[in-house]
Structure formats: structure tokens, C-alpha cells
Design a protein around this ligand. Structure first.
Ligand SMILES: Cc1cc2nc3c(=O)[nH]c(=O)nc-3n(C[C@H](O)[C@H](O)[C@H](O)COP(=O)(O)OP(=O)(O)OC[C@H]3O[C@@H](n4cnc5c(N)ncnc54)[C@H](O)[C@@H]3O)c2cc1C
Length: 296
């Protein structure tokens, strides 16, 4: 177990239930849960984490299944820190990693910048969107990235260009053991753009997705040329339930926690859906959701 230096103690919680920090409201406890004051505090803290101790960054936990045995090592929470969002020049914005994507969407409209509307549909932070290459309605995070700021495990900062990453559909591969603390993003000038654009998109989403229920959005990525939701629905899995977790009746690529699902129920359901779709359609679905931690 890590000895936490006195000066960080007020920002550290031990055995913190991750069910409080994930949109599925499920999962075990993190050994150490650290909310930095700002990026200097974060850099100093990372410098004290023993070599070999796992480090996880978390934003709003909207794409994360934490197993019931919890997370060994350190979880760094960005969403109450790293909140700076500012305009750099006519079309460039700097956002820290803890900023909610929806705030970027709204602020860009105030700045009369277009192209950020898709962020309104992503209930996570910019850090999570960078890690996932989150996207919606034809928009995608990395199409707007000019450069990112990252920290390594010693707390040293580096600035990197998109060319240093392999970017794909909901997939970003870069140097190991580095985490995003901010990014310069580019949008277009869009005089006259208004929040109506966002409202229409969100209305459309509410018609097709179980918004407001405990989920992680899409559980699986879409296989080439098809939709995971279509495959799951036509395999007869809508409403299929394990414990308090079920495949949504409204959108088959969503799994809902009805209140008391354990992470093990959700994971068993994910595996059951994957197996059934493979049997029925011969297609192996890949998870979009990140599964971390130890089994109970
Ligand atoms: C109702 C609903 C609708 C959704 N709709 C969409 C959608 O339309 N499109 C879409 O793409 N996604 C969607 N999602 C999924 C999710 O919102 C996105 O993947 C989002 O980008 C995750 O951000 P987060 O801050 O919650 O990340 P988390 O869930 O906290 O983390 C996700 C991953 O990112 C990593 N990570 C987080 N912060 C950092 C950081 N600073 N540096 C490095 N790694 C980091 C974590 O370690 C983890 O591996 C939806 C989710 C819900 C619940």
C-alpha cells in the first residue's frame, strides 16, 4: 500500500467505491482515489507514486466498467480539476482534460465556432474523449486535435502531435503510461450558430436511446458495414437480463443497470450477448466500453 505524503492527504480517499464515479453505478473500490487541485498538484503527486504501482485516469466514468474487486493502485480523477477552457485565437480552443464535453459544445457556440456540436452528446470529459476518440453525429474528437498535453508517470509534461498516435474508430494508441491533461482543438468560424443545433440533435437522441437510465452508452463498437444494435436486436436479445442488468428495450447496444446490478452481472451479460451474436450472425463483437479492475 502506498504511503501518501502529508501534503496530498486532503485530496486522497482510500477504498473509494467506484460505483460513485461510473455511469453504470456499479463496481468495487479503488485503493487510492486522488482528485488533484490543479495540474501542478497532479504532477507533484504522480512523482510520488512508486514505480510499478498501476495508475488509472478517470473522467466522468461514462465508458467504464470497474469489476467488483475494485482497482489496485491509484485512480486520478480529473473532472473536478483540470477545468480550464479558453479561446486561443479565432478558431483554436484550449481545453483541459477534466472539462465536460457538453461544456465545450456550449462554449464553442458562444464563441460562434462550429464543429463542436457533437460534443453535446458525449456525457464524458475531454480526457475520456481523447482516450476513446469519442464521436457522434458524424463528428469525432481527434479530427479537431492540433496537439495534446500529456503527463508521464513521473509527472513530466510532454506536448504531442496527432501524428504520434494511431487514431481509429473509438481507438487511440500512443505511448504507454501517459495521460492527457489538455488539448488544443480547432473548429470553424460559424457566425450565427445557435444552441438550436444542439437541441435538435439531443432531441433525436432521446427518441432512440435510453437517456437518463444507468448505462455506458454503446457497449460494443459497430463492426464494419453493420450496427451492433441491429445484430443484438435480431439475435433476440432485447430485454435479456442477468441479475439487475438488462439489454435495453429501446436501444439494443445499451445495457441498463436497473439499480442493484453488480459489475459481474453486467460483464456476464456482455459475454452472453457476444456469444449469442457470434452464434447467430458469425460476427465477433468488440467492446467499446473499457473494463478494468479485479473480479470480486
Ligand atoms: C448515455 C451515454 C451516451 C453515450 N454516447 C456516446 C456517443 O455518442 N459517442 C461516444 O463516442 N461515446 C458515447 N458514450 C461513451 C462515453 O461518454 C465516451 O466514451 C466518453 O468519451 C468517455 O469519457 P469519460 O470522461 O466519461 O471517460 P471515462 O469513462 O472516465 O474513461 C474512459 C477511458 O478513458 C480513459 N481516460 C479518461 N480520462 C483520461 C485522461 N485524462 N487521459 C488518459 N486516459 C483517460 C480511462 O482510463 C478509460 O480507459 C456515451 C455514454 C453514455 C453513458
Amino acid at each position: 500500500m502506498m504511503q501518501v505524503a502529508e501534503k496530498f492527504l486532503s485530496r486522497v480517499r482510500r477504498d473509494e467505491p467506484m460505483s460513485r464515479h461510473t455511469s453504470w453505478h456499479a463496481g468495487g473500490a479503488a485503493d487510492i482515489y486522488f482528485t488533484p487541485q490543479d495540474r501542478d498538484d497532479l504532477r507533484a503527486f504522480l512523482g510520488t507514486v512508486p514505480e510499478g504501482m498501476p495508475i488509472h485516469f478517470i473522467g466522468l466514468g461514462s465508458n467504464l466498467l470497474v469489476r467488483d474487486g475494485g482497482i489496485r493502485g491509484v485512480v486520478v480523477a480529473t473532472q473536478e480539476a483540470l477545468l480550464k477552457l479558453e479561446r486561443v485565437d479565432a478558431t483554436t480552443v484550449y481545453s483541459e482534460a477534466g472539462v465536460a464535453c457538453a461544456r465545450i459544445a456550449r462554449q464553442c457556440i458562444q464563441w460562434q465556432l462550429g464543429g463542436a456540436e457533437f460534443f453535446a452528446g458525449i456525457p464524458g470529459t475531454l480526457g475520456g474523449a481523447l482516450a476513446m476518440n469519442a464521436g457522434a453525429w458524424g463528428g469525432e474528437t481527434w479530427r479537431h486535435v492540433l496537439e495534446v498535453d500529456v503527463l508521464d508517470r513521473r509527472g513530466a509534461r510532454h506536448t504531442r502531435k496527432p501524428a504520434e498516435y494511431q487514431i481509429g474508430y473509438r481507438s487511440v494508441k500512443g505511448p504507454d503510461n501517459e495521460w492527457f491533461i489538455g488539448a488544443q482543438l480547432e473548429f470553424e468560424r460559424a457566425p450565427g450558430v445557435s444552441t438550436d443545433a444542439i437541441r435538435d440533435l439531443l432531441d433525436k437522441r432521446r427518441e432512440t436511446q435510453p437517456i437518463g437510465e444507468w448505462s455506458c452508452g454503446s457497449v460494443f463498437t459497430n463492426p464494419p458495414g453493420d450496427h451492433a444494435a441491429r445484430l443484438i436486436e435480431s439475435a433476440g436479445l432485447k430485454g435479456f437480463r442477468i441479475g439487475d442488468a438488462s439489454v435495453s428495450e429501446k436501444h439494443a447496444n445499451f445495457i441498463i443497470n436497473h439499480g442493484n446490478a453488480r459489475a459481474a452481472d453486467v460483464e456476464a451479460l456482455i459475454e452472453q450477448v457476444r456469444r449469442t451474436v457470434a452464434q447467430v450472425h458469425g460476427i465477433e463483437l468488440a467492446t467499446e466500453v473499457r473494463i478494468v479492475g479485479a473480479p470480486a
